[in-house]
Structures are given as C-alpha cells and as structure tokens.
Design a protein around this ligand. Structure first.
Ligand code: NAI
Ligand code: MG
Length: 325
C-alpha cells in the first residue's frame, strides 16, 4: 500500500474527525498522506475557498479524504467532486447495535446522482420579485448511475434497488431519470422497483426494512439520506463515497458542527467509516471489513461521544477503535 491519499480536513469538526480517520488508516496500512487546505479558514486568509493546488491534488491523488467545510461548503465540495470525476455519491445508512436508533432495523444504501439535477448551478435572479432555477437531467448521467447501481447490487447481497423520483410532477426531468434508470435495470436483468420520493419519505420512516438500495436524483438523495441519518442515530454516523471512473473522494455526510467544534467531542464514526469505504474502494476489502468490525464493536460497547449519550472524546473513541484493530 503506497497509494497517495489527499487529505482535506477543512473547517470545524473536519479538523477533529479527519485525523481520527487517518490514525485508523495508518493502523491497517501504509499510505502516503498529502494534506491540503479548503474551506472558510483558507478563504478568509487567501480569498479562495478551494485553492488551485488543493483541486489539483484531489484530481491526481489515488483517493481523497475530506472532512467538512462551513459556509463555503458548496464552493468546496461541488468542485472537489468534479475534480475526482464523481458521478455517484454512495451513502450507507445503517443502524448499529448498541446505538439508540429510532429504527434499529434500518440498513439502507443511497446511490445519489452527483453531477446535475437542481445542483447544476443554473440559478437566476430575473427581477426584484422573481428568481428561477434550471434543473438539468441527462440520459448519459442517469444511465451511468443506473449502470453503477446494477453493478452495486450484483454481488448477491441485495435483491435489487428502488428508484425514488417525482416523475408524476416533474414529468420531463424526473420522467427521463426514471425511464433511463428502469430501462438500464431491465436490460441488465436487475430487479428495480420505484416509489414517489415523498411517499418514500413516509414509508422509509414507518418500515425501513422494505428498502435496501435507493437510487435517486441529486437533491432527493441529499435530503432522503439525511432523513435516514435520523433513523439510525444521527449525522455523526454516516459516511459517504463520491465515486468516479478512476478516482474517488470520501467524506462524512455531516458538516462542520459549529455548536461543538473545537471541543474535541465530535463523533469520529462517520469519518472512520468513510476511511473504511476508501479502503474497500482501493481494493483492501479485508482491511475495510476489519475497520468496520472495530467501529461496530466500539459503538456497541463504548466509549461513546455525547451525541450517542456518552461522555467520551473524539480521541477516546479513536483510541478504542485502534486498540481493537
Ligand atoms: P452539521 O452536520 O454540521 O450539524 C448538524 C447537527 O449534527 C449539529 O447539532 C452537530 O453538532 C451534529 N453533528 C454533526 N456531525 C456530528 C459529529 N460527527 N459528532 C457529533 N455531532 C455531530 O450541519 P449544519 O449545522 O446544518 O451545518 C453546519 C455547517 O456545516 C454549515 O456551514 C454548512 O454549510 C456546513 N456543511 C458542510 C457539509 C460538507 O462540507 N459536506 C455538509 C453539511 C453542512
Ligand atoms: Mg447534505
């Protein structure tokens, strides 16, 4: 293992949970870590939230580990996802034993389109009274996501996937998305069903066990995966992977948590699970599984951070994971 990992801690608790993820990676392997700046702090200093050298580093590294950015999040993470050529955001939301979850039976994976939809940046202020947004949906991006989804569920662990959309109202854009995704699934012989995304929001709260893998447009994936975070015990637990053709970026779903930043009490689970996804992506499936086992055991037996009802620090939890490894 001599892969180069770009490390971009960013702002707030990004500075606290990213070192935890690195400590875990150093325990199971040998990587070359190269750190770079992005976010509010570097913008205050230089006027740029995402310096050119950080973008270039993410684009050239074998993988990137990102923490979080504050007010500048959109200026940082959207171009970084582009730098690694990411077309899908993989967001598992799983309830761990020992964690007080609203729905302990939850075990979901969201596959979120990562390049277009309402996040394409085509917003306009047309008058004092009127602002508009142009939503972009292409067949090429929808089909690429569907192909990834078919591949993702083909390892035998899943029965298929559910497409969440709102094609009954956004007939042209979500209509295209729905049609392309279902067609690709059909061509590949993968079982796919569909739900209107608002109905999905209700059904996933009432009975999350009826779903496994959910394929959705950009904004829907953002919102519905955060909703799932609520079902499994909070944002401190959810990792994510932004996957591209030959590059990828891994980040916790949570932000900079200004209410607890600087106190050393942030839950490092999401960042550590993101590191586990990074290991898996680079082909270190065994190491990834070991990290997953170690954090699962710590979540079950403690120590726990305050968001999970404990009193432990970020450092305490990280050390407990490293000890088990
Ligand atoms: P947030 O995720 O930072 O915090 C929401 C709540 O969850 C807070 O009460 C926080 O304390 C808690 N929380 C989050 N992660 C936690 C962890 N690891 N351990 C314990 N508690 C945790 O979301 P919020 O408050 O909406 O946004 C704060 C800032 O973060 C904003 O400036 C926003 O722009 C930015 N943000 C950045 C993201 C990114 O860089 N990818 C994603 C989401 C928000
Ligand atoms: Mg979000």
């Amino acid at each position: 293992m001599t892969e180069e990992i770009a490390v971009i801690p960013g702002d707030g608790i990004g500075q606290e949970v990213t070192p935890a993820a690195i400590e875990v990676l150093e325990t199971v392997g040998k990587f070359e870590f190269v750190e770079a700046e992005a976010g509010d702090r570097v913008k205050d200093e230089t006027g740029e939230a995402l310096p050119e050298e950080t973008y270039e580093l993410a684009a050239s590294a074998d993988a990137t580990l990102f923490g979080a950015a504050g007010e500048t999040a959109a200026d940082v993470i959207l171009p970084l996802r582009e730098a690694v050529g990411s077309f899908v955001n993989v967001r598992p939301a799983r309830a761990y034993p020992g964690v007080d979850a609203l729905r302990p039976e939850t075990d979901l994976v969201f596959l979120r389109e990562n390049t277009e939809g309402v996040y394409s940046g085509h917003e306009n202020r047309l008058s004092e009274d009127l602002s508009t947004l142009t939503r972009v949906v292409t067949s090429s991006a929808s089909e690429r996501l569907a192909e990834f989804a078919c591949e993702y569920v083909s390892d035998g662990e899943y029965d298929g996937f559910t497409v969440a959309h709102k094609a009954n109202v956004m007939r042209e854009t979500d209509g295209r998305f729905r049609e392309d995704v279902l067609r690709v699934a059909d061509e590949r012989g993968v079982h796919a069903d569909e739900e209107l995304m608002d109905a999905f929001a209700t059904h996933v709260c009432l009975d999350p066990e009826q779903f496994e893998v959910i394929v959705c447009p950009n904004l829907a994936g953002d919102v519905l995966s955060d909703l799932a975070a609520g079902l499994v015990g909070g944002l401190g637990l959810l990792p994510s992977a932004n996957i591209g053709e030959d590059n990828a970026l891994f980040e916790p779903v949570h932000g900079t948590a200004p209410d607890i930043a600087g106190e050393g009490v942030a839950n490092p689970t999401a960042a550590i699970l993101s590191a586990a996804m990074l290991l898996d992506h680079l082909g270190y499936a065994e190491e990834s599984a070991r990290v997953d086992e170690a954090i699962t055991s710590v979540l079950e037996e403690g120590p726990r951070t305050a968001d999970l009802g404990g009193e432990a620090s970020t450092e305490d939890v990280t050390s407990a994971v490293v000890e088990r490894l």
